[in-house]
Design a protein around this ligand. Structure first.
Ligand code: KG4
Ligand code: ZN
Length: 342
């Protein structure tokens, strides 16, 4: 049988990435051009700067991916691209490049939901597993926090999400108040292993039914505590602050995930993916508290944004001949439930 090569492009936020996946299970290359150094000084991603960097990088990344995978354009089976959710200008760069490339080389185009990408990163061999269905996914990133029920491959149904801040966003915002550089999730995670949970921050929605999350109250409680202490000239221990913040976050994530596993006992695999899945504290709690089903947390390099995960999700669509026209556009706020309508 002919080998299937999918070239995938990801440009939804601050990483320009191009990957080539062979037969759905061999990630030949996963080029990632990160823009973190540019956004750092602003304390967050500046959309216009992100778009400009994608424009500069995209052609080089495509060339570099083909070179490093040693795959000729003629061998490619399809082009895949993130169509949303993400920053509109950033998405448009990847979408336009993918459409032009597909048209120039007569290749079919696959449009991929960024969150489906995070989820399907778990299906790559480097994530140490193939997903068994039904599957539950806790997707935690800088832009999203959601629980997704996947009855069978590609059949995504969002069962809950944050009503305000995403968990990664909360990490980055409290990090800023602590004077940490952006993105601060990793630094807070490291500090959180050294202190004590003495501040007892609120655990919003934890006892309420359903799978909605809320992190803005936690963020505000943290910021108020720091500002009040500053005004009074009282010192605060940063390590204890980080430990207390992370304890509240993890209590919320674990409580909602465990409640969903209880409501859906048929679930065979729990996937925890997205940038915040790099969190060591979260990984430790998952290992300790969820022992009766398969848990897949992708390795660190597949947790952050990358095109390898987009290729993995695209392979599911490729098998279903789910291609889109070259009139396809980027959908900045595309979410799982909206996607069903297209
Ligand atoms: O998935 P991602 O690379 O980009 C988005 O799609 O948002 O996630 C980036 C987010 C940032 O908010 C960053 O602070 C957070 O992931 N992050 C972490 C850790 N590593 C990255 N949050 C908590 N603990 C970590 N170890
Ligand atoms: Zn992401």
């Amino acid at each position: 049988m002919k080998d299937i090569y999918i070239l995938a492009i990801e440009s939804s936020c601050d990483e320009t990435s191009v990957a080539i996946l062979k037969n759905g299970n061999e990630l030949l290359t996963n080029i990632i051009a990160t823009q973190i150094a540019s956004h750092k000084r602003f304390g967050g991603v500046v959309p216009e700067i992100a778009s400009r960097h994608h424009t500069e990088q995209i052609s080089y990344c495509i060339e570099a991916a083909l070179d490093s995978a040693e795959v000729a354009v003629e061998e490619l089976s399809a082009v895949a691209v993130t169509e949303g959710p993400g920053l509109v200008g950033a998405l448009l760069v990847g979408m336009t490049a993918a459409k032009a490339f597909a048209w120039a080389h007569g290749l079919p185009l696959i449009a991929v939901n960024h969150m489906a990408g995070h989820l399907m990163a778990a299906n790559l061999p480097d994530s140490d597993g193939s997903i068994e269905y039904p599957c539950l996914a806790l997707l935690v990133s800088g832009g999203h926090t959601e629980l997704v029920y996947v009855a069978s491959e590609g059949d995504y149904k969002k069962i809950g999400e944050t009503r305000d801040d995403a968990v990664g966003e909360a990490y980055d915002k409290v990090g800023r108040v602590m004077g940490l550089t952006y993105p601060s999730g990793k630094l807070i995670d490291e500090m959180a292993h050294q202190g004590n949970d003495i501040y007892n921050f609120p655990r919003a929605m934890i006892k309420e039914p359903g799978y909605e999350f809320s992190f803005s109250g936690l963020k505000s409680a943290f910021i108020n505590l720091v500002h009040n202490a500053k005004q009074k000239g009282e010192p605060l221990d940063k390590v204890d602050l980080a430990t207390s913040f992370q304890a509240a976050v993890l209590d919320i994530l674990m409580a909602k995930t465990k409640a969903a596993l209880k409501e859906y006992p048929e679930i065979k695999t729990l996937v925890v993916a997205g940038g915040v899945a790099a969190n060591q504290g979260l990984r430790e709690r998952l290992a300790q508290e969820i022992t009766d089903i398969k848990v897949i947390v992708p390795p660190l390099r597949l947790c952050g944004d990358n095109a390898g995960m987009i290729a993995a999700a695209a392979y599911t669509e490729y098998k279903k001949n789910n291609f889109v026209e070259l009139t396809e556009n980027a959908f900045p706020s595309l979410a799982f439930d909206v996607m069903d309508e297209y």
